[in-house]
Design a protein around this ligand. Structure first.
Ligand code: PRX
Length: 628
């Protein structure tokens, strides 16, 4: 552990020389003048004055040495297709996409919203935006019209790139009607929508606004679009994430800091080198997809596998089949996927030659000990738990085998990663906790390169949401509970707020409650996350009806439950649909009107609800108990 500790110490105590050295990993068109400008805490500006470009570093920079090597390997078990794009092919597609955006009037600083499934065009358009200095905002395909409309209004994209449909379990899932609905609801109207027609479902085009991708691409296939060099701190993308309010936060990422952080992490954490093959099974709509399907591997000269499909179709060996076929060196997945695989025949893990695979990385939700152990024994490969957030863009806690192999402990994402001065902090006193003491996981700013620079359009919210949680100290709060033991291993103990994590998907309960409350029969509701053996957590909704007598009608309960679920599916998407909607006469609240969510969760999980001295109406909890 010596090396990991020393490296971490340097990154904090000799911050400038540390990052000056790491910055040499990328091409700077103009060298930076200052490593860090921290004159306006907590805003950190990295590599000030340096000009660079993410697309140039991910694509053009590797053309000489790796032009004919695989760069993007697309595997779809949904439509049974596989395409290998070399770096030269990728350059061609990205230039065409950039030329399309330019033709539609997109210039530096404009936003482009990308609402796509796991198809290569998602990466083409992300990189195309980066090439011309436009800011992309990718919206997860599992989200629906309401979520999409909120993001359209906040990001105000000039152009939206979407498709007729995605596919799940071999069945098409239409995207275009949801997008049309979202644009109808939104106050902001994008000038153009580019539609990648996959021919999966019929797709109505809106004359004047919607354009088909195929003819545009054909026209621009030989385009060469010059790279726009951006100052290191110009935004590269905005990615929305859920918090405690109904309004998602646009996490804003810079350019130079992100490029440096991505390349360094690919080596130190993921053990990668140029020419290696990296496979992250995450969706591009989430942060793992941004950092480790698209940017990280490509910036570091590695090939990336982009997978459209589930881990169990055509069978539960599909991930391993891909590893064997494309000689994958590192696989990044989520604990949920592994818990699903655990239900299948373990022989499936031994069917393929996995000799290329060095390690497996899991993140996004707590990795329970049993799942971690099962996987590492079944595959006889190291399993590395890494802990981070949309906000940070890359791991906060992780073993760093590219630096040094250290013994890992199941249930622990190991140690603070270089760049992050991590503390466990007592919520009420703001003091650092000692070993074994539970506190809020916090980071002493400045945040390292690549971490969020602000909330899109709302510096004040950035400061307030993340840096004003502790009395007398300006620390970044992760909103996770955690502790470290006497050997320095960290453990994450769940969220401090109302954010839940369903199958690795980060969801805001407030956003779901707002949807439940739009049903005309509902007066109020509470949505909580309850432990689930496969998904980690499942959402459960408790609704109070305006007229409780409604439930006396035959079949009313089932009908209402189905109607509310449908609303959630249409507004927020299938990922947000609660496992159950239960009806109660009142919600347990404190005298000041705050819903006692922890007590509800405890009852749902069959635990003691704890101290209830502040409860206004104890009958409310009794009814929840009875309903369950
Ligand atoms: O609660 C933590 C949990 O997921 C949250 C961040 O989710 P998201 O913004 O979607 O970013 C995921 C990036 C991998 C965290 O606040 N979380 C993430 N990784 C872990 C985790 N909880 C426990 N162990 C982890 N390894």
């Amino acid at each position: 552990m010596q090396k990991t500790r020393e490296f971490h110490r340097q990154s904090i105590e000799e911050r400038e020389s540390f990052w000056r050295r790491e910055a040499q990993r990328i091409h700077w068109e103009t060298p930076f003048k200052q490593v860090l400008d921290y004159s306006k805490p907590p805003f950190a500006r990295w590599f000030v004055g340096g000009r660079t470009n993410l697309c140039y570093n991910a694509v053009d920079r590797w053309l000489d040495t790796q032009g004919d090597q695989p760069a993007l390997i697309w595997v779809s078990t949904e439509v049974d297709k596989e395409i290998v794009y070399t770096r030269a092919d990728l350059a061609r597609e990205v230039n065409a996409a950039a030329a399309i955006l330019q033709e539609l009037g997109v210039v530096r600083g404009d936003r482009v919203l990308i609402y796509l499934p796991m198809i290569p065009q998602a990466a083409f358009f992300m990189l195309a935006c980066a090439r011309i200095g436009a800011i992309h905002s990718v919206v997860f395909g599992g989200f629906a019209s309401h979520n999409l409309a909120q993001r359209i209004d906040d990001a105000q994209p000039k152009v939206v790139v979407s498709t007729d449909a995605g596919s799940r379990g071999g069945k098409p899932v239409a995207y275009k009607p949801l997008l049309d609905q979202a644009i109808d609801i939104a106050g902001h109207a994008p000038e153009h929508v580019v539609i990648i027609d996959r021919g999966l479902v019929p797709c109505a085009m809106h004359a004047g606004r919607d354009l088909a991708y195929a003819p545009l691409r054909a026209r621009h296939l030989d385009a060469h679009v010059p790279v726009v060099w951006l100052e290191s701190n110009e935004p590269s993308y905005v990615l929305y994430t859920s918090g405690t309010t109904g309004n998602p936060k646009g996490v804003q990422r810079d350019t130079g800091g992100y490029a440096v952080a991505m390349c360094a992490s690919m080596e130190y954490i993921y053990g990668g080198k140029p020419g290696d093959v990296y496979f992250s099974s995450s969706d591009v709509g989430w942060v793992v997809g941004h950092s480790y399907v698209v940017y990280g591997p490509l910036l570091n000269g590695q090939a990336t596998v982009m997978y459209e499909g589930t881990p169990v179709r055509p069978d539960a060996a599909v991930l391993w089949r891909i590893v064997e076929q494309y000689k994958v060196n590192a696989l990044f997945s989520a604990p949920t996927a592994i818990r699903v695989l655990k239900k299948h025949d373990p022989e499936l893990l031994r069917r393929h030659d996995l000799s290329s695979l060095e390690r497996i990385y899991l993140a996004g939700e707590p990795l329970d000990e049993l799942t971690g152990q099962w996987l590492s024994e079944a595959l006889d490969k190291p399993v590395i738990d890494n802990y981070w957030q949309t906000e940070t863009g890359w791991p906060i806690l992780s073993a760093q085998p590219g630096l040094e192999e250290v013994p890992t402990r199941f249930g622990s994402p190991s140690f603070p990663v270089y760049g992050y001065d991590v503390r466990a902090v007592d919520e009420s006193t703001g003091q650092d906790c000692g070993p074994g003491q539970k506190g809020v996981v916090a980071i002493q700013p400045p945040l390292p390169p690549g971490a969020m620079s602000t909330i899109w359009g709302d510096d004040e919210r950035f400061v307030h949401t993340y840096f004003e949680s502790f009395p007398g100290r300006m620390l970044y709060s992760t909103s996770d509970w955690g502790l470290f033991d006497k050997d320095g291993y960290w453990y994450i103990l769940g969220r401090t707020d109302d954010v839940i994590n369903v199958a690795g998907h980060r969801l805001g309960t407030r956003e779901i409650e707002e949807s439940v409350n739009t049903h005309p029969a509902v007066a109020e509701s509470a949505v909580v996350g309850v432990a689930d053996p496969t998904k980690g957590q499942a959402a459960m909704a408790f609704a109070v009806l305006r007229a409780p007598d409604l439930l006396l009608e035959e079949g009313a309960r089932d009908r209402l439950e189905a109607e509310i679920k449908k609303i959630i599916e249409q507004r927020n998407g299938p990922v947000a649909r609660p496992a159950r909607i239960l009806f109660v006469n009142s919600l347990p609240k404190t005298r000041s009107g705050k819903v006692l969510r922890r007590a509800i969760v405890a009852l749902c999980e069959g635990r003691d609800p704890g101290d209830l001295t502040t409860i206004e109406d104890p009958g409310a909890l009794d009814q929840i108990r009875a309903t369950l």
